[in-house]
Design a protein around this ligand. Structure first.
Ligand SMILES: CC(=O)SCCNC(=O)CCNC(=O)[C@H](O)C(C)(C)COP(=O)(O)OP(=O)(O)OC[C@H]1O[C@@H](n2cnc3c(N)ncnc32)[C@H](O)[C@@H]1OP(=O)(O)O
Length: 391
């Protein structure tokens, strides 16, 4: 089996392989609509002679972490032909992806998993959870938060990068976990006219508030909210009130909101807003542990010796002295306060997983009494990490 780059001319082959492993039929126009991010990705293939037996794509993006934006490999289009599964092909492609990311100076990688069981072995940790909401809008949605009453207007997709971009960017510094969006990502991805996950729904509509926006699609009497971002709870209230008041609709479905979303608390009648699902969302990999630990901001000034286990990226392994106040992370031979795997470190890194829970379940070992609670306090973020870009 040979692991090598897939040339741009073979992006169509990647799309066909994805169709095979994900069991989806491919229609005319799908490559143009869903496959174009592959053109900007690192494309890694596993070749058995002339047969492309496996593939992995890593799109260079920037991920919001507490206090910083980090270069990130957004991993996608992972697949191995059913005739070649369980022979270590994904493992080889992952190792190649790590080598590429290290060479490119990208300290983190992120992905959405098709199955939760796959990626922990590669050092990815489940770093965020998210919720789906449903709103009964057959009656007015009374809110406990006073809406910011400034005017709303509908805008077209072409204006989105200019008008929504700055609002979205501000949200990334308020809340970790999101990805930076360039103009093409806005117009060709976020605002793609048809979305497979929203089959039958209209093209996206965009409603702009001076301090926020919402993107939604409509189908029969249902409004499906794809994205909603606001600078303030009052602007958020104005957008929800608008969405709940659209004529000829009686229900709002909202896939993927942050676990600390305000709407369930804002609704005067809590029965009107239902959390329909709570699920594991972003998987994160710290490719360069010391660089990632130095880059983020911390909630307290403290010092820890961490013993990291990372068989797949040995440069991350061993003992590190982390000084959260000075953003310092250096090798040490001192006795560790905590021992943990690279996957568990990634799980807690954005502040979306409680480190003390991992001590309680036995995957993180606390050698210095109280160290886990102290590091958990340092990892705390004001708003739960959240990603609303599929890739
Ligand atoms: C970011 C994304 O794109 S997510 C999408 C992932 N792709 C899919 O789900 C498409 C369908 N599945 C596939 O294409 C393949 O089964 C893949 C890519 C998930 C795995 O590829 P493989 O080449 O079979 O993985 P590989 O042989 O390297 O597996 C390494 C280990 O992981 C285990 N593993 C891999 N996938 C799975 C799985 N889906 N369920 C359980 N265990 C798994 C293997 O058993 C193996 O364990 P071992 O080391 O103890 O023997």
């Amino acid at each position: 089996m040979e692991i090598r780059d897939i040339p741009e001319a073979d992006v169509g082959r990647m799309f066909d392989l994805a169709g095979t492993v994900f069991h989806v039929g491919i229609e005319d126009g799908d490559l143009e609509q869903y496959g174009w991010p592959l053109q900007r990705a690192d494309r890694i293939g596993a070749f058995d002679g002339a047969t492309m037996a496996g593939q992995l794509a890593a799109i260079p993006m920037r991920l919001a972490v507490p206090g910083a934006m980090l270069d990130c490999s957004a991993v996608t289009f992972v697949g191995v032909l059913p005739t070649h599964r369980r022979r270590g092909i994904l493992t080889s492609m992952m190792d190649r992806m790590y080598a590429d990311a290290i060479a490119a100076g990208r300290p983190v990688a992120a992905l959405w998993a098709s199955q939760g069981v796959i990626y922990g072995r590669y050092g990815f940790g489940q770093a965020t959870r998210a919720i789906d909401l449903e709103v009964d809008s057959s009656r007015p949605l009374e809110l406990r938060t006073a809406p910011d009453d400034r005017p709303l207007r509908l805008i077209d997709a072409a204006s989105a990068p200019e008008l929504l971009g700055p609002i979205h960017l501000r949200s990334l510094s308020a809340r970790p976990g999101g990805l930076d969006r360039d103009p093409a990502w806005w117009t060709r991805w976020i605002l793609r006219p048809v979305d497979r996950d929203a089959a039958g729904y209209s093209a996206p509509r965009i409603v702009l508030h001076p301090a926020g926006y919402a993107i939604y699609r409509a189908h029969k009497r249902t409004i499906r909210v794809a994205d909603l971002v606001a600078d303030t709870p009052q602007a958020e209230a104005a957008l929800w009130r608008f969405l709940a008041s659209i004529d000829l609709s009686s229900r709002i479905v909202v896939p993927n909101r942050p676990v600390d979303d305000l709407l369930p608390h804002m609704a005067a009648d809590p029965d009107q807003v239902t959390v329909t699902k709570n699920f594991g969302a972003l998987w994160l990999r710290l490719i360069d542990v010391p660089a990632a630990l130095r880059a983020r901001s911390w909630a307290t000034d403290d010092t820890f010796v961490l013993e990291i286990g990372d068989p797949r990226i040995p440069g991350n392994g061993g003992r590190w002295r982390l000084g959260t106040g000075a953003a310092a992370c250096d090798p040490t031979t001192d006795a560790p306060d905590l021992s943990l795997t690279a996957a568990d470190l990634a799980a807690v890194y954005l502040g979306g997983t409680d480190l003390t829970t991992l001590v309680r379940i036995g995957t993180v070992t606390e050698h210095t009494l109280g160290a886990a609670a102290r590091l958990a306090a340092s990892l705390t973020v004001p708003l739960s990490p959240y990603l609303n870009d599929d890739f």
